[in-house]
Design a protein around this ligand. Structure first.
Ligand SMILES: [Ca+2]
Length: 413
């Protein structure tokens, strides 16, 4: 008797479980964690929050040819590299968003016809075949013999209350960046670098400023170029106070301090910088800085990859820093004993929340007081799945709708 009751309740339990799971399936379009705030998400502790990967492209060429590799099918927007290849296998390492399924090659043939072809990406590898009628062509872009990442610019977004958890609007400091590497004598080396940066928004009130460190670099190997750009700088829309970039002698590594990157003269008066709709600069009014760096000796490209580009914040007296998850600070000792933070991983909370994210694409940041998971409705699922689900959460789509337009900044007045 007891036995059959146990059986019965087991059956009921199984049916109940099945019903629950089918409900979950049905509700997927509605985003199960809709009511959860970002700060309450349960993130797998080993999730590294990384959104990009290195892909090895083996370019098998039958002849000398000029090729361009793109992320977009039309070969127009998202240029990864433009360069010449030689007969045989040419190895080109690119940086692409995680989940990239294909890359696209453009070349010109000996009848001056352009070709675009798709190469699938599997296990971070792709094979590109360049036929024998391809030719050396006049460079099509201004970036000939250059490796570019992220192809469509990248974004770095900060919460600034570290070590306390923030409110997760991820708009306390928002920057866009792009790196250009000019190939050296081979495609495994670079001879120079350009780094472009602009500040999209500051929704925090602390005195943080942006810095860039190249992890593991040797600062004495870098020269600011002066031939075309005084002090190695090109500045679009300088601020009233004047932008400057200083080399900081903190470690042997190259560390750059970007000063007065906001305060754009076109900005309307507002308590925050570009986080309240209506009170924003326009995107083409933002201050953009490009730093030109020549290398005394060529540097292996493996040492200049995106994971080595540490874009971080430090306050006025450099007593506080905020970095991406897993990166140790520059000016200070990291205190793993602080309340609520991971005992093993710098800049991760005990629940593996982070204070900075790097996205391999431009993204509209969110307005004041909004929650990031509500603005980008696939973000929570991406983070709680350890990055396996919705890897493209930051690319806005209308079908399915994966964002709330009311919570995103509008670049207009
Ligand atoms: Ca915040």
């Amino acid at each position: 008797m007891n036995k059959s009751i146990t059986h019965l309740s087991l059956v009921v339990a199984i049916i109940a479980t099945l019903m629950t799971s089918s409900c979950v399936t049905q509700d997927e379009g509605k985003i199960p964690s809709e009511d959860k705030q970002t700060k309450d998400l349960k993130i797998p502790l080993n999730f590294d929050w990384n959104m990009s990967e290195e892909i090895v492209c083996e370019v098998n060429a039958e002849t000398d040819a000029t090729i361009s590799l793109y992320l977009d099918k039309e070969c127009k927007e998202d240029l990864l590299t433009e360069t010449n290849v030689t007969p045989g296998t040419n190895r080109i390492e690119i940086n692409a968003p995680k989940g990239t399924k294909a890359i696209y090659t453009k070349y010109t043939d000996n009848k001056n016809q352009q070709h675009q072809q798709e190469s699938t990406v599997e296990s971070s590898k792709s094979t590109v075949n360049v036929p024998n009628d391809a030719v050396i062509a006049v460079p099509e872009t201004n970036y000939y013999n250059t490796l570019i990442y992220p192809a469509n610019w990248g974004s770095v977004m900060f919460e600034d209350l570290f070590p306390a958890l923030g409110d997760y609007d991820f708009n306390d400091y928002v920057m866009n960046y792009q790196i250009y590497l000019d190939y050296g004598t081979t495609k495994e080396y670079a001879r120079s670098m350009r780094m472009s940066l602009y500040v999209n928004a500051i929704g925090g009130s602390l005195d943080y400023e942006p810095y860039v460190r190249i992890i593991g670099s040797d600062a004495s190997n870098f020269n600011f170029e002066t031939t075309y750009h005084p002090n190695g700088l090109f500045i679009r829309n300088n601020t009233k106070k004047g932008v400057s970039v200083d080399k900081v002698a903190a470690t042997n590594e190259l560390v750059l301090h970007f000063k007065n990157m906001h305060g754009n003269p076109y900005a309307n008066a507002a308590s925050f910088y570009n986080t309240v709709n209506g009170n924003v600069t326009k995107i083409d009014e933002l201050t953009q800085v490009t730093v030109y760096l020549n290398f005394k000796e060529e540097i292996p490209i493996t040492e200049l990859k995106d994971k080595n580009i540490d874009i971080f914040l430090a306050n006025g007296n450099r007593s506080k820093e905020i970095h991406l998850r897993g990166i140790m600070p520059v000016f200070n000792q990291y205190d793993f004993t602080q309340k609520g933070i991971s005992k093993d991983v710098p800049y991760a909370s005990e629940n593996n929340l982070v204070w900075a994210i790097k996205i391999p694409r431009t993204i509209r940041h969110i307005v004041e007081k909004a929650d990031f998971s509500k603005a980008y409705t696939q973000f929570a699922n991406w983070a709680t799945s350890g990055g396996y689900e919705n890897p493209n959460w930051y690319i806005r789509t209308n079908n399915p709708l994966n964002y709330d337009a009311n919570l995103l900044i509008r670049w207009g007045r």
